[in-house]
Ligand binder design. Structure first.
Ligand SMILES: [Zn+2]
Length: 93
């Protein structure tokens, strides 16, 4: 049986950590499509598993994003305005 894109993303996230860009490139779809998929997946992952967001740490000032619930990458550091942040990563734990 062929897996849907969302099923494939879920399988990938169970195996390792992925960024929004990596997932979009892998499936050759716009990032917005992946964000929609992730919003769907986060509601359909059965506890105690959950979709976890690993936010970046600002390498300029060391700021750490806490408790991020958005799937789009943060565009800049709220503390020092650094716009060169690493992408956040996702994983199902
Ligand atoms: Zn910063």
């Amino acid at each position: 049986m062929e897996m849907t894109r969302r099923q494939e993303i879920m399988a990938m996230l169970r195996d390792g950590e992925w960024t929004l860009d990596e997932l979009a490139r892998n499936f050759v779809v716009p990032r917005k499509i992946i964000i929609d998929d992730l919003e769907h997946i986060t509601r359909s992952v059965a506890p105690p598993s959950r979709l976890v967001i690993y936010p970046p740490t600002c390498d300029h000032c060391g700021y750490r994003f806490k408790g991020r619930a958005r799937f789009s990458d943060p565009s800049r550091c709220p503390q020092c305005k650094n716009e060169h942040l690493l992408p956040q990563r996702f994983r199902i734990e």
